[in-house]
Design a protein around this ligand. Structure first.
Ligand code: ZN
Length: 255
């Protein structure tokens, strides 16, 4: 069994065959899928998808690349959606100093306010971090974000940073990019204990080998799991089992 803890099923690349994509995931033993909002509109769409399909759960939040345009009303909608029974996390939220679509101050404000929402509702966080390790870690510790926990998705950074976030009780997840020929993440994946790991596709992005070039989807998470198994000298079943248990525990999935 596998759980894809990070996908964007509301994206229009799935408009033609969304139902089949979800079916294919289930047929391939992906028994839980968390679809993630990046602004008020996509968060709402994620909740609608979670309402429609038993295996689909939602996360709601405003992404650091979308926070410059976010209005008070958007934050109110996020807070309202967050109370929905199929919303299992606040996300994705965080900092992005690579695209830098909003100033550091605006990004920090948006991030802190959504950490506070997560704490108020006792929901875990799904955290985006791009070229912002130091500031991100400072905010996580200052706000005591580890209290409700969460995951640093598409983990990037060195082993020292990994050690720091694990000490704050966060999970980490790697995407299909660990399967790429040019991947430099082997040592990081080996260093991340299995009981702190989640699986994710970040689909439609980052399609794993051997399917690179195709649109990514939750069913393909098995290829990332295979790579983790190979690097850690474990069986695919062990990786699927433990990472699913981790996801069920963190997001309190009724699976
Ligand atoms: Zn994402």
């Amino acid at each position: 069994m596998f759980i894809d803890t990070h996908t964007h099923l509301d994206f229009d690349v799935y408009d033609e065959d969304r139902e089949l994509v979800i079916q294919r995931a289930i047929e391939n033993d992906v028994q839980g899928i968390i679809t993630i909002g990046t602004d008020a509109k996509t968060s709402e769409q994620s909740v609608l998808l979670a309402e429609k399909y038993a295996a689909v759960f939602a996360a709601v939040g405003i992404h650091p690349t979308d926070c410059a345009q976010a209005t008070e009303k958007d934050y109110e909608l996020i807070a309202e959606l967050a109370g929905h029974e199929k919303v299992v996390a606040i996300g994705e939220v965080g900092l992005d100093y690579y695209h830098m679509r909003a100033s550091k101050e605006i990004q920090e404000k948006a991030f802190v306010r959504q950490i506070e929402l997560a704490q108020k509702l006792n929901l875990p966080l799904i955290i985006h971090n791009r070229d912002s390790h130091e500031d991100l870690f400072a905010i996580l510790t200052r706000t005591d974000a580890g209290r409700t926990g969460g995951v640093l998705h598409s983990f990037s950074g060195d082993e020292k940073f990994l050690e720091k976030v694990l000490l704050e009780h966060f999970f980490v997840s790697f995407t299909g990019n660990i399967t790429f020929k040019k991947s430099t993440s082997d040592a990081l994946v080996k260093a991340a204990p299995l009981d702190c790991l989640l699986l994710e596709t970040d689909s439609p992005f980052l399609t794993p080998v051997p399917l690179r070039g195709k649109r990514n989807e939750p069913a393909f998470v098995v290829h990332t799991a295979e790579k983790i198994a190979e690097l850690k000298g474990l069986t695919l079943e062990e990786v699927g089992k433990v990472t699913s248990e981790n996801a069920i525990k963190l997001f309190r999935l009724p699976l």
